[in-house]
Design a protein. Structure first.
Length: 655
């Protein structure tokens, strides 16, 4: 919305009565005729929120209708259509034209994006010289004729792929995926779909996705889940389509029967539509793979060749295990299909956080040459990095017969970050034995020596530990940590076997937990429900207000939280859960609780331990943080379930 329209809206919202046109003109330093024109445009923009501008002769104007809807107009997914950068605005215009399938007046696009007609004209001119020259967009034709309007034409497949590419250039696919999964009927998402030219309903699309998951024996990654949803939006929004069938040099891996069965309940049986779905499903990357139903048959020899080359060059210590081999085949198959079919690839780039080492270069050289020779496809560094991370995380870092690396994990308090890190290590690194999780006070050179620690993983920089140290850079991100630690582990000297050392088992807190202490904490676990999320800068103050009555104590607890946050935030991206934790002298016993808001969906988990917490108390709190990583269903329970169900799951954590 234009700045002047926003200022008019602010003036109307701040008034309890009618506002005259003269007053508006005076406040905005403009003429009354300009205000009248702006009111017409503002009225159109407000109609989508069921808000009207009421006029009264001699008095002025005021807002009417569902004015409360305006409080949410900047939140959620639909905010991506407001205040777009020029480049993203061009993508939005292309998406709209791809979906509308007719000549569109420039004023229609201008109203959608709340800009002028001349701005839209300039956008389309720039897009024709840049965006429309590359990738899938280059297979379409953009025409913009003065006095008539704009239109995009081309084959059905590339119209859909261009729309997909345009949408994810505007909206982060992972954010879109979370919104789709979390909401059974999201009004903002529905509005966005309609604005961009989609007409298909949420429930109908989700039922198709669920059938596809059953048919292909897979659950799709968050990025590809978003792509699938958007693709079905276009398929169902344009049932007539066009009868052209794209010709690709590689046949889809998904069978015709599987695609037909998925579309049958929708009464879609046209051969070209079934073929398109086969192509699209063949390119999706699963988050969970039980079999090899849609991995292209020619991919396995490429992975075999990669394994042979890496073994001969001693880049890995052992052959790929079956699970790793299937996962590598699945990822490589997905990347090749996407590049050959023009389907958008994930832009997640591991290379920024993980240095490219010798093994990474070897994988890139081997795979790039193989894929280019076989399929004519160019692999980018970001396409290769997931392979390196997976291979190095799964590869044995020591010859057979040597024991596992004994690790101690440390953070300042020893109750949250250290527990999260330890859980990630246990889940993903089989060659690691997590011996203990400790706070800063307990971390001494004598402790490390007595426990026979090979490696210290710490959120604090330790200069004189006497053993190798891996520093976890804040803010903590599970994915970044796994990538960087896998790279570090591959270069770390292998510890030898010493019969005098302690047994090679995970110690941790599990066997030291006091059931009585855990029950006491869990029985008082508090869930606070809010209609709107607390502002970022006020979260710690709000938590302190929930826990304490006395003003000075609240301020002290807030300061303790803020001091901890200075070391880096803790955010579980996949579950959209933010963690706050600290030790404080103003609490006498451990406290845990949850704050949830629904607009937009936000979950805050807080953990507080006394300044001089006992080992039993820290152990009990550790159950919560460990479960966030080791039990994915627990994270979903925190986000969605009732107080009673949350407490039931909490008590189930007690060993």
């Amino acid at each position: 919305m234009k700045l002047r329209l926003e200022r008019i809206l602010e003036l109307l919202l701040s008034s309890n009565s009618y506002v005259s046109i003269q007053d508006l003109a005076l406040h905005l330093n403009t003429g009354e005729r300009t205000i009248f024109r702006d009111i017409g445009e503002l009225s159109y923009n407000l109609s989508k929120y069921d808000v009207v501008i009421e006029k009264k002769h001699g008095s002025g104007i005021r807002l009417g209708g569902n004015v409360e809807n305006l409080c949410r107009r900047r939140g959620g997914i639909k905010s991506y259509l407001a205040d777009l950068t020029p480049l993203k605005r061009q993508y939005a215009e292309i998406v709209y034209l791809c979906n509308i399938r007719r000549t569109v007046k420039l004023g229609e696009l201008a109203n959608l994006l709340q800009v002028s007609d001349s701005c839209v004209s300039a956008d389309l001119h720039d897009a024709s010289r840049s965006i429309m020259k590359d990738g899938v967009f280059a297979r379409l034709s953009l025409e913009c004729r003065r006095g008539i309007g704009a239109e995009i034409s081309g084959s059905e497949w590339y119209l859909r792929m261009s729309a997909l590419s345009g949408i994810i250039a505007i909206i982060p696919a992972e954010e879109l995926g979370r919104a789709l999964i979390n909401n059974t009927e999201n009004a903002e998402l529905k509005q966005l779909q309609i604005a961009l030219g989609f007409t298909a309903g949420y429930d109908r699309i989700m039922s198709i996705i669920r059938r596809a998951e059953q048919e292909t024996d897979s659950y799709y990654s968050l990025f590809d889940f978003s792509l699938f949803y958007l693709y079905m939006c276009m398929t169902l929004s344009h049932p007539e389509g066009t009868d052209d069938t794209a010709v690709f040099p590689i046949e889809p891996a998904v069978s015709e029967k599987a695609a037909a069965d998925i579309l049958a309940p929708e009464q879609i049986d046209r051969p070209e539509e079934i073929f398109r779905l086969r192509c699209f499903l063949s390119a999706l990357e699963p988050a969970q793979l039980s079999g090899q139903g849609y991995i292209h048959a020619d991919i396995a020899p490429l992975v075999d060749h990669l394994e042979t080359e890496l073994l001969e060059n001693r880049n890995i210590h052992a052959p790929f295990e079956t699970g790793l081999r299937n996962l590598l085949c699945s990822i490589l198959s997905s990347v090749i299909y996407k590049k050959m079919y023009g389907i958008p690839c994930s832009e997640r780039d591991y290379s920024a956080g993980v240095p490219v080492r010798q093994t990474g270069m070897a994988i890139r050289q081997i795979l790039s040459l193989l894929v280019k020779n076989r399929y004519g496809v160019e692999l980018m560094l970001r396409d290769i990095e997931p392979f390196r991370v997976l291979i190095k995380a799964a590869d044995a870092v020591r010859p057979p017969g040597n024991r596992r690396v004994r690790v101690a994990v440390s953070c300042f308090e020893g109750i949250c970050l250290a527990q999260l890190i330890a859980s990630v290590l246990r889940q993903y690194f089989q060659d690691i034995a997590v011996v203990d999780i400790v706070g800063a006070v307990a971390l001494t050179s004598g402790y490390l020596e007595n426990r026979h620690i090979d490696l210290l993983v710490s959120t604090m920089e330790i200069n004189d530990a006497g053993i190798p140290c891996f520093f976890v850079r804040p803010p903590f991100s599970e994915e970044t940590f796994r990538s960087e630690f896998a790279s570090y582990l591959s270069r770390m000297p292998v510890p030898g076997t010493d019969s005098s050392e302690a047994p090679d088992t995970d110690g941790g807190f599990a066997e030291k937990i006091s059931p009585e202490k855990a029950e006491s904490i869990f029985s008082s676990f508090k869930v606070t429900e809010l209609q709107r999320p607390v502002k970022e800068r006020k979260i710690t103050a709000y938590i302190a207000m929930l826990l304490l009555d006395e003003k000075a104590s609240r301020q002290k607890l807030k300061n303790d939280f803020d001091r901890r946050e200075e070391g880096g935030s803790v955010y579980l991206e996949m579950h959209n859960i933010r963690l706050f934790h600290c030790r404080s002298s103003v609490v006498s016993k451990p406290v845990a609780g949850l704050i949830r808001s629904c607009r937009p969906v936000t979950t805050v988990l807080y953990l507080v331990a006394p300044e001089k917490a006992t080992h039993d108390e820290l152990s009990a709190l550790s159950l919560i943080t460990s479960a966030l990583i080791e039990r994915p269903d627990f994270a979903e329970t925190l986000r969605k379930e009732t107080d009673a169900e949350i407490r039931r799951q909490l008590f189930s954590l007690i060993p």
